[in-house]
Design a protein around this ligand. Structure first.
Ligand SMILES: Nc1nc2c(c(=O)[nH]1)N[C@H]1C(S)=C(S)[C@@H](COP(=O)(O)O)O[C@H]1N2
Ligand SMILES: [Mo]
Length: 404
């Protein structure tokens, strides 16, 4: 039995879980994990093609990656990669041979592409990129906000292979006046009153970010069904909400999409730092877009311990594609900082591993901290962002540790 090093064993729940959800998809799991937040108890549950992950919701599935996975390698294994769906009507199987991606709307040549067309008729592009939910770490907001109560594991880094979106759009030929491209996947709402999950990107953003791909491989293998098999969008540097899974529909439009998921949900304050106070009203909002810079230590956790003597503290950092310039480490709660050593470069959208030597004295306790500086100049600060949707968390992480 493996335990999440970040949490601790809280008791057996498998039988209780199976009886409350009634889902055959859920395999027995002997443990729960306590996340560092109120109401932070999560069962570890194995869904199809997945190892046991922290379950926030069975239907639609919300599964978080146990944080120690990020210490094991720069790429997040497919079976450990987090899962987030909005709607419960997800196909339980998809036939990749008959699946089609329709490209239509304001195009000169509407297309109906199979997965094999994508593989054979377009140049394959490989890119390592972080997929991070807009609400990653939402459960750590203070004051608390509604929404999926994630700790820091609603993210993952994979090597994606696929066809460039701009190549597909060039094949279809955009008509004059196109302003946005709208994306839709295979799942459907259970209730007719629930808006279908549709996202849109502006043409400028698509052409600025020539790295958007329609991916048919994840870490050299087919995508797990729950991560969007057979094809998903990969929008490097942008929050995961745009990374449409089970992509089936691409539509060119001459308007700014105003469906619920663009106009009402997934908006951030258009204020300095995209932050507001809990009582603030009357500010403008914009659709969430590029990720902020973050870094984490992966072999220590807050409230945990380190051993006496010298050791390496390891971690990861990423931003929205300028790349990581430096990661700094502090063992005195952020009073003094020194540079960590960066690991191999997997590209500017990837996790960048870092490590730093640290000598711990028996009997002392420490507040460790790490902060990343992106090539863009963006630097993490110790002031947490706050917005009512719980997006964009990027505060400097601190880890109080004792010496054992
Ligand atoms: N079709 C579809 N794609 C989707 C979603 C969804 O609900 N349906 N959710 C988005 C959001 S908000 C997130 S965080 C990511 C999660 O990707 P993952 O499940 O592969 O980790 O998928 C994105 N793509
Ligand atoms: Mo998300």
């Amino acid at each position: 039995m493996t335990l999440d090093r970040r949490g601790f064993l809280a008791g057996a729940t498998a039988a209780a879980l199976a009886s409350t959800t009634g889902s055959e998809a859920i395999a027995a799991s002997p443990t729960t994990v306590m996340l560092p937040m109120e109401n932070g108890t999560r069962p570890l549950v194995a869904f199809p093609q997945k190892r046991p992950l922290l379950m926030l919701s069975p239907r639609p599935p919300l599964l978080e990656t146990p944080f120690h996975i990020f210490d094991e390698g720069v790429l997040t294994p497919n079976d450990a990669f987090f899962v987030r769906w909005h709607l419960a009507g997800i196909p339980t199987t998809v036939d990749a041979a008959t699946h089609r991606i329709h490209v239509h709307g304001m195009v000169k040549r509407p297309l109906s592409l199979s997965v094999s067309d994508l593989r054979t008729q377009f140049k394959p592009v490989e890119i390592v990129a972080v997929n991070q939910c807009s609400g990653n770490s939402r459960g750590l907001f203070s004051p608390r906000v509604p929404g999926g109560q994630w700790d820091n594991g609603a993210m993952g880094n994979a090597r994606w292979t696929g066809a460039r979106l701009t190549d597909v759009l060039a094949r279809a030929g955009l008509k004059d006046g196109v302003r946005q491209i709208r994306f839709h996947g295979l799942e459907r709402p259970v209730l007719s009153t629930t808006p279908p999950f549709i996202k849109a990107l502006s043409l400028d953003d698509i052409f600025d970010n020539g790295d958007i791909i329609i991916a048919y491989e994840m870490n050299g293998a087919p995508l797990p069904l729950l991560n969007g098999y057979p094809v998903r969008m990969v929008v490097p540097g942008w929050y995961a909400t745009y990374w449409m899974k089970m992509l089936s529909d691409i539509e060119a439009i001459d308007t700014i999409d105003d469906n619920f998921w663009m106009k009402t949900a997934y908006r951030i304050p258009e204020t300095p730092g995209n932050t507001v106070t809990p009582t603030q009203t009357g500010y403008k909002t914009v659709p969430i877009n590029k990720m902020t810079v973050r870094s984490f230590a992966t072999n220590v956790h807050d409230g945990g311990s380190v051993h006496a003597g010298s050791q390496m503290i390891r971690g990861i950092a990423f931003d929205n594609g300028s790349g990581i310039k430096a990661v700094q480490f502090s063992s005195d709660g952020g009073t003094t900082w020194r540079n960590a050593t960066l690991g191999a470069d997997y590209g500017r959208y990837s996790f960048r591993r870092w490590e730093v030597a640290f000598a711990a004295q028996r009997g002392k306790s420490y507040t460790l901290a790490c902060r990343a500086i992106a090539n863009s100049g963006e630097t993490q600060t110790s002031i947490p962002v706050w917005n009512p949707a719980g997006f964009l968390r990027d505060v400097i992480e601190t880890y109080k540790v004792s010496v054992s």
